[in-house]
Unconditional design. Sequence first.
Length: 369
Amino acid sequence: MGRMASELDLAWLDPSLRGLTRRDASGLGSGLCRAIAERIGVDPVLVRVALIVLILSGGLGIGLYAWGTILTRGPSGTRPIDSVLPTFTTWSSLAQKAVVAATIVLVMATIGQVMPLPWAAGVLGLVVWAWLRRRNPGALPQAEDVVDDAEDDELLIGRWRTRMASAARSAAEPAQPLPTVDLYSAPAPVAGPRPRPAWLAGLLILAAMGAVGAVSSFALGVTPMVSLAAVTIVGGALVVGYALLARQRRLPRLILAAVAVPLAMSGWLATQAAGPLLPSPDAATFSVIASDKTIDLTGIDTSKVDAVEIKAVASNVEVLLPGPVEDLRTTSRLSDVTVDAWPDDAKPFDVTLIVDATASDVRLVVRQP
């Protein structure tokens, strides 16, 4: 038997959009927004507004709209992807989804290089939407139950011809060898019922992590790095403990992703703090990590030091300078580097000042000795 064709469509994100068909577009678009609105029963304007929001989310909407158009059938009953890449349906479902996801990420990365836009809110909203639409799949229309009243005979004939051509391509492929059956081996174990998600336990774990962060930051007054480490340790311990004690329930993936956020932030800040600092042998360096600090450079001997580098990670830093800096180099990631107005009569500070800030607030102030 030949390998069966697998058609990827928008049901990947929303099961109610299975078998979606676009009508003739009346404007500049492909008619995808109107088709989605009619299927889910909302005003097309709402779908277009949601698309604009996703476009402003790092260009996410551009990739989604492009793939949504080429993966849905048009008025003729054919999909653009079948004309451009006829073998696409012969790929595995995982391969098709991987190509879609990779190209969308590539589009977002390209747009981010030209016009940096926030994307986290759009991605989170899309994930939440897909999760909510899959919560009760029985209440959603199935592919066989969805009938478009506007479909005419030519549309149905075109769709039938496309399916027959896809079946013919599958039948033309070489037959797969039959599997070998071992009658003497022990039968494969039957998987038991899948554990139910424990949303209440997951929310309690997140609440405990938030409480630890609040107590450590505001009540105990520890540094942000220590507070983040405490939150990470508590969250990891609670997740592992729950997994060992409650074997019949499982924590939802969304909860596990939220628990992993502090761990990812800790690792990222650690890599930022561990980078090389000295640009030359005659350079002085100051590293500030997760603290508030004032660095006084008014008494530095410029005859022995030709460069000063200040690296701040998750900190508030005030730098006191003896005079204006003529060679200032700054690198900021999620940070603000501000320079107070230089006094007109101040003597220049003849060194190269390098400021590397990550998630920090750095202020440069001239304080004449």
